[in-house]
Design a protein around this ligand. Structure first.
Ligand SMILES: [Zn+2]
Ligand SMILES: [Zn+2]
Length: 368
């Protein structure tokens, strides 16, 4: 069973669009920016009455997405000291970062469905079990990353706990989508722009993807973030991206310690124009020179056409092949990885010598 909706621009609120999108995603050869996408859809449409066909596709989509009950259990945030960095996996691309004594949510999506697509794994935490959130980071406006009901609930919950709502940071051109959800402040960042908030330095990073949530809103930005606690804790969340040379530049400029990288929605191969395969994500990790890789964007929503269980298997096989299995942490939903400040890590494992990194990168690039 597989839901033929790819990870990305998927998603609109109207039922008309739902039907169209379900149909078009089924037909599209790969997830691509909408203009190209529409062209391909036209050329691939079957010769039967369009609404009959759309209805069949929608019915199938809904049926498949409900075929299995949701699995997984909620967890509780771990106790993390201000001198440590906690990375809690909440499912898909959602994380709770506890860094520098500050609580940061990245791309929180707690919805049980995206329009008609049913979630396959429960979120790693309940919203009511979250600590007060200081900052919310949104990488781009695609529905599996920006979920308005979740954001409204997160803002309200923190306001109830502390009297103050979180700050939300979004890419350029995305502020209008979050401006009325109850946040204390909305900040937009372009690539490489930096903001100081709650004692953290947050930098927006480039990506190879696209940002339109609907058809014509191609002005919306997209990307990732590096969150720096200025004490050695630096976490990079790439957002959605294909492989690109920007990984090396991000590594050189911002030197992330922990890299959260996407490994799902890569099949068929043409999807890799906008999403990394597990092997490409490993290559990105090596190019970054980070110390630990934590995978994301798999297991929760059926977005690509690869088997749901395949991404982490391929990821670990590639890490084994390169001899860096000890640098990869696959987290279950609700699990927190706690890292000490890098100065206490001895010896540093991932920030390899330049020569070792070059060798690894050559090996990681083989056959890609
Ligand atoms: Zn996505
Ligand atoms: Zn996306």
């Amino acid at each position: 069973m597989r839901i033929p909706v790819q990870g990305g621009a998927e998603l609109h609120a109207s039922s008309k669009f739902r039907a169209w999108r379900a149909m078009s995603e089924e037909s599209a050869p790969h997830p691509m920016p909408v203009r190209q996408h529409q062209h391909c859809v036209k050329t691939l449409l079957p010769r039967k009455p369009i609404w009959t066909w759309k209805l069949q596709q929608l019915t199938r989509l809904v049926r498949e997405s409900h075929a299995q009950p949701m699995s997984g259990t909620h967890g509780l945030p771990a106790a993390v000291s201000p001198h440590e960095v906690g990375v809690m996996f909440l499912g898909h691309s959602s994380f709770l970062l506890q860094i520098g004594g500050v609580n940061v949510l990245v791309d929180p999506v707690f919805a049980t469905r995206l329009i008609v697509l049913r979630r396959q794994r429960r979120p790693g935490v309940r919203i009511e079990d979250l600590p007060p959130i200081d900052v919310v980071l949104i990488t781009h406006a695609h529905m599996d990353h920006l979920n308005k009901p979740t954001l409204r609930r997160v803002a309200r919950r923190t306001r109830q706990l502390t009297g103050t709502a979180p700050v939300v940071i979004v890419p350029s051109g995305v502020a209008d989508l979050v401006s009325r959800l109850g946040f204390a402040r909305v900040e937009e960042l372009a690539w490489w722009q930096t903001i100081e908030v709650s004692g953290l330095t947050i930098t927006a990073t480039p990506a190879k993807h696209w940002g339109a949530r609907m058809f014509r809103d191609t002005h919306r930005g997209f990307g990732g973030y590096v969150v720096d606690d200025r004490a050695g804790g630096r976490v990079y969340h790439s957002g959605d991206t294909a492989w690109f040379d920007g990984f090396a530049e991000i590594g050189q400029r911002l030197r992330p310690q922990i890299a959260l990288l996407p490994i799902g929605a890569y099949f068929p191969d043409s999807y890799r124009h906008v999403h990394t395969s597990p092997e490409e994500a490993v290559r990105g990790f090596v190019a970054l020179g980070a110390e630990t890789m934590i995978p994301m964007h798999f297991g929760t929503f059926r977005l690509g056409r690869e088997p749901m269980e395949e991404p982490p298997v391929r990821l670990l096989a590639e890490a084994d092949r390169l001899g860096i299995r000890n640098l990869v942490r696959v987290l279950a939903e609700g699990e927190t990885a706690v890292f000490r400040a890098p100065t206490e890590i001895s010896p540093p494992t991932g920030a390899q010598s330049k020569a070792k990194q070059t060798d690894l990168f050559a090996a990681a690039s083989k056959d890609l």
